[in-house]
Design a protein around this ligand. Structure first.
Ligand code: DGY
Length: 328
């Protein structure tokens, strides 16, 4: 007798090749348009599927998980961050959660470097001048930025992405410093030539560039609060490709406006698309629409990870990328 196929709901449009493979393997419900599901669509979905495949745009909170009933067994998140999922309630309800780590690492680290360079070398100002047709030719003092080689980069969060940033930044001649919940093993530290700072305050006060690479959890919310931002050197730059909630966006905006921090490169925002409007007015910031991991290759690999997690679960094993709260 053939085994009944798992019922899988995918909340957003995914690359076609991923949707096709999902349809071959499972009894899958896909989206027709690429808008996030409404709360009531999510609620319907969660009651009627074995596996939900959400993205970071879906808030899977305790009230929603509580509506799931007995059917839902796995939330196979399409993405690495799981801060939009109430992990504790999922666990209490016996629902496993998996994610897609590793395949976004290089793309996000590349974008971190792009932001560091864009801010320190004033690329948006140069682009704006060209787009307005205002360029009058080369001049010795025009748009002088700073050289990143020799500068101190402080990485807040030295997981996979933080380490990938460290490797790239070292190749650009930057000096690597980091703060992390756990100190790296000596061999990794020495391979990365990275200096560990137990005190985040002390590290922040001495860096030329600060890169946020830690996940958003209750303990990292506003880790860069107004008090810590004030410790930064006035000529320092902050780059965030992780989660907006780690930085107090209003405090950062105030300090950028007053010149107490030289510049910022942001790919993520504290309140999602509701960006502090004052940030958009500043010429010393580069703002991107959460596209750090946005490569076609990465999105397909994320889909492949989702499929492997669901398939492994369907075969009666733990999904290889099961997220356990201790990992966060
Ligand atoms: C993730 O997967 O959590 C990333 O933020 C998406 O870019």
């Amino acid at each position: 007798m053939s085994k009944q196929r798992l019922s899988v709901v995918v909340t957003r449009r995914l690359p076609e090749v991923v949707e096709t493979r999902l349809s071959e393997l499972f009894d899958v419900r896909l989206r027709d348009d690429d808008t996030p599901m409404t709360r009531s669509e999510l609620s319907d979905a969660i009651k009627t599927c074995d596996v939900l495949v959400p993205t970071l745009t879906d808030v899977i909170d305790n009230a929603l998980i509580a509506q799931a009933g007995d059917r839902l067994k796995l939330i196979a998140n399409y993405g690495a961050g799981v801060d939009h999922i109430d992990m504790a309630t999922a666990r209490q309800n016996g629902v496993l959660v998996s994610n897609t780590p590793g395949v976004l690492t290089d793309d996000t680290a590349d974008m971190t470097m792009a932001l560091i360079l864009a801010v320190t070398r004033r690329m948006p100002e140069g682009m704006a001048q060209m787009q307005r047709g205002e360029w009058t030719g080369w001049a010795p003092n025009a748009l002088l930025g700073g050289r990143i080689s020799g500068r101190r980069l402080g990485i807040l969060g030295m997981g996979r992405i933080g380490q990938a940033v460290a490797r790239r930044a070292a190749a650009f001649g930057m000096q690597i410093h980091y703060h992390n919940r756990k100190r790296l093993r000596p061999e990794i530290e020495s391979e990365l030539q990275a200096t560990y700072w137990e005190s985040l305050d002390q590290m922040v006060a001495r860096m030329d560039v600060l890169s946020i690479n830690c996940p958003h959890t209750p303990s990292t919310f506003h880790l860069m609060n107004a008090r810590r931002l004030k410790l930064m050197k006035p000529d320092a730059v902050l780059v965030n490709t992780s989660r907006g909630e780690v930085v107090d966006e209003n405090a950062l905006t105030r300090m950028l406006r007053s010149g107490d921090i030289k510049g910022a490169g942001l790919d993520v925002y504290e309140h999602g698309v509701e960006i502090n409007p004052r940030l958009r007015e500043l010429s010393n910031v580069v703002l991107l629409p959460h596209m750090g991991s946005a490569t076609l290759e990465g999105r397909v690999e994320m889909g492949e990870k989702v499929i492997i997690n669901i398939k492994t679960f369907n075969d009666g094993h733990r999904p290889p990328d099961q997220v356990v709260p201790a990992m966060l």
